[in-house]
Design a protein around this ligand. Structure first.
Ligand code: ARG
Length: 464
């Protein structure tokens, strides 16, 4: 047991208590951020005349050498330290002696951990944004190549109206684009530095918090020292945004699983992204999509967990907040893995265009267009709806489709039908006439794809 706070105590901590309290098992995840924060802190302390130039140099050299030794495997982060902050500080003192004992001047572990976690999460926001951008690139190329790949669009999982694959993928493009906007948004709101807030009430040392904040790439220091050490809103916002990403991926997964089923056969998942069965030799299962759908639960769980942890906490720091880490780390790793794998699966998936088009031609997806045809010929829409309804019933009995009837049969139901009905209700016509902004007609979709291309050429959060 190596602790930073032994002075006031006359007895050793019980081993079980020590284990229960310790966080080194998981907070070593932000080892590098801890070092980065400490370097900024001592740089500021020296500028303010609180440390000498020599002390600052020694401390930074010591910190850097610890980082190098851990990176190279020469040194191991072990559980004899309570947390990552103690590990770094104790080892610094071991390496450089007296000067090392000055690192923690004007700082508490409360503002230190608030900083480390924020730096870590901020890096992860950037990485998630980048992964989403790459994934959007994949969706974009599917869209570009499938402006005239016809397929049925569904409501209630029943065939509704024909659309294109580009249009369907375009819906997901919008969702993940919004997810990126959420990353940008929360990045801007969280990007204020808590360091220098001390335990809760600031400090009597003349710290320059603006300087520390700028050294660490923040837009400025946080405004209230109690809020600084008690705020975990940005984690909640990030987990909420990640939950939304997972919700989107899970819906996408569900569709891929359905499309990959024997009954639909719209897609074939690449062998590299499928798995087999131990007993049924014919099987090729969509396990990646199923796992992504399944893992959505644990990301939601992290969000609910931290909301619950935070809900009754009085100001300022409370040890409960140590619980902000493990599930957050897990949710981040899970979501990043899911985006990357889903991206790989979608980049290699094959779309069976003929099956999709054939499916779009069945199930009366042109019924609305047939009604619109009658409206164009002067029939009121409600009457046209009734006529086509009867026509559909007739087709169901005869096991055929509207476009396969002859003009005579159509005329028996309504004399308004003319020869031109057939070209008006063909699959192609049904899609290509849909030219309202946001609709699947390839003329408008093409413009949308161009817009998306422009959007993808813009920068990402790395350039913030
Ligand atoms: N491991 C602690 C956490 O994660 C660090 C802060 C400790 N502060 C304290 N007052 N005990 O929250």
């Amino acid at each position: 047991m190596a602790q930073l706070w032994g002075g006031r105590f006359t007895k050793e901590t019980d081993q079980l208590v020590y284990n229960f309290n310790a966080s080194i098992g998981f907070d070593q995840k932000f080892f590098k951020e801890d070092i980065q924060g400490s370097i900024a802190h001592v740089t500021m302390l020296e500028k303010q005349g609180i440390l000498t130039g020599e002390e600052k140099k020694l401390i930074i050299k010591g910190l850097t050498s610890i980082e190098e030794d851990v990176d190279s495997g020469k040194m191991e982060i072990t559980s004899e330290y309570e947390d990552i902050h103690s590990f770094v500080e104790a080892n610094l003192i071991k390496r450089i002696g007296e000067a090392g004992k000055k690192l923690h001047t004007g700082r508490s572990r409360n503002d230190q951990v608030a900083l480390d976690m924020k730096l870590y999460v901020r890096n992860q926001v950037v990485e998630v944004d980048l992964l989403l951008k790459e994934f959007l690139g994949t969706i974009h190329s599917i869209m570009k190549n499938n402006l005239d790949t016809y397929m049925p669009g569904f409501t209630h999982l029943q065939k509704a109206q024909p659309i294109t694959l580009a249009h369907h993928m375009g819906a997901y493009f919008e969702m993940f684009k919004r997810d990126r906007a959420r990353m940008k948004d929360l990045y801007a709101r969280m990007n204020f530095c808590p360091l220098g807030s001390g335990a809760l009430a600031g400090t009597t040392y003349p710290l320059d918090r603006f300087y520390t904040a700028s050294l660490l790439g923040f837009d400025g220091p946080t405004n209230n020292s109690m809020d600084s050490v008690a705020d975990r809103d940005y984690i909640i916002e990030f987990l909420s945004a990640l939950s939304t990403v997972m919700m989107h991926l899970s819906r996408f997964s569900e569709e891929i699983i359905i499309w990959n089923s024997n009954e639909y056969g719209f897609v074939e998942i690449d062998d590299g992204y499928s798995t087999g069965s131990s007993i049924m030799p014919q099987k090729k299962n969509p396990d990646i999509a199923e796992l992504v759908r399944g893992k959505t639960g644990r990301v939601y769980a992290a969000l609910v967990s931290i909301l619950t942890t935070m809900k009754g906490l009085p100001l300022a720091y409370n040890k409960d907040m140590q619980e902000d880490k493990e599930l957050t780390f897990d949710a981040i790793d899970t979501t990043k893995g899911c985006i990357a794998l889903f991206n790989g699966m979608m980049a290699t998936i094959k779309f069976k265009k003929d099956t999709m088009a054939r499916s779009a031609m069945m199930g009366f997806t042109n019924a609305t267009d047939a009604a619109d045809y009658l409206v164009k010929k002067g029939v009121a829409f409600r009457d046209a709806h009734e006529i086509i309804g009867r026509l559909v019933l007739y087709c169901i009995e005869k096991n055929t489709s509207i476009d396969k009837l002859c003009l005579q049969e159509l005329k028996e139901i309504s004399s308004v039908f003319e020869e031109d009905v057939f070209s008006e209700i063909s699959l192609e016509a049904c899609v290509e006439k849909r030219l309202t902004y946001g609709a699947p007609g390839s003329l408008v979709m093409k413009r949308q794809v161009e817009e998306n291309e422009k959007y993808l050429s813009e920068g990402d959060l790395r350039n913030e």
